[in-house]
Write a protein that binds this ligand. Sequence first.
Ligand code: PBG
Length: 332
Amino acid sequence: MSSTPVPRIRPRRLRETPSLRRLVSETRLHPAELVLPIFVREGVTAPVPIGSMPGVVQHSIGSLPQAISDAAAAGVGGVMLFGVPEVRDAQGTGATDPDGILNAATKVAAEASAGRLVVQTDLCLDEFTDHGHCGVLDERGHVDNDATLERYTAMALAQAGAGSELLGLSGMMDGQVAAVREALDGAGHHDTAILAYSAKYASAFYGPFRDAVESTLEGDRRSYQLDPGNRREGLREAMIDIDEGADVVMVKPAGSYLDVLADVAAASDVPVWAYQVSGEYAMIEAAAAHGWIDRKRAVIESVRGIRRAGADAVLTYWAVELAEWINNGDTE
Ligand code: PBG
């Protein structure tokens, strides 16, 4: 007579009770590791909802302080500001104007934060150019890498002057970290840090964001953002940025690039962040609105997966809500 063998090894033992599961959990979420992206729109007097990002708004300058305070009260680690200007031109002049929407918003945010969270700014021209590209164009209509660096260094000085503590270089131009570091140091901004969006892929998941900033882009960004098929190249970009002086490196989007994130996390000696982008947000919100998935569990799982893959911090549009769940002990 044969008897069913009794398992000698039983991993399920550690899954038996909620308290055991909590004790052996490998990845915990903390509000301080969350960064909230915030859109600020010029010329509006009240927040404007973004159709493709239910629950997210374009803030007015007037509604920004409360948003900063809410994030700080929830314990969120920082905010990343994006500006939506009224007027755009070929050079993206609004980006370097000290009174341009992003720089004006930065001053307001820095004051509202009063050191409670880290005020960060997107450093890229796409919201400010009439053609919608992340850089300036040459006579053939191609994005001119080195001419763009000059615009980025001017932007960096404007943002640092406005009080941004961490500049988010998201334009994917070669040499942008080195150029901005040198410009900051030359102007005495030694303490202004650089977050390099090192491995930024040419992704369909930015779709709702382009709504949010009312992007005028025609065509695509494949001549500067990474090919979604390229893993090794993502790591290479991060290593170059660390070498050029990046204080933090980032992988973006997050959910479809967890392998790249794990590679960068294994190799990096600076913090590694990930950006859970607008399309990742919109997909979960849309499915949840249909009742097809459990919204809260899906949000928590999506961010936890990004942390598990190696992100030290996560930019997510759910930062404040998620922080509140964490604070209420509601995520285990
Ligand atoms: C560029 C920038 C983009 C995002 C952040 N910074 C858009 C792009 O490259 O087209 C996307 C963020 C998101 O989708 O949530 N300034």
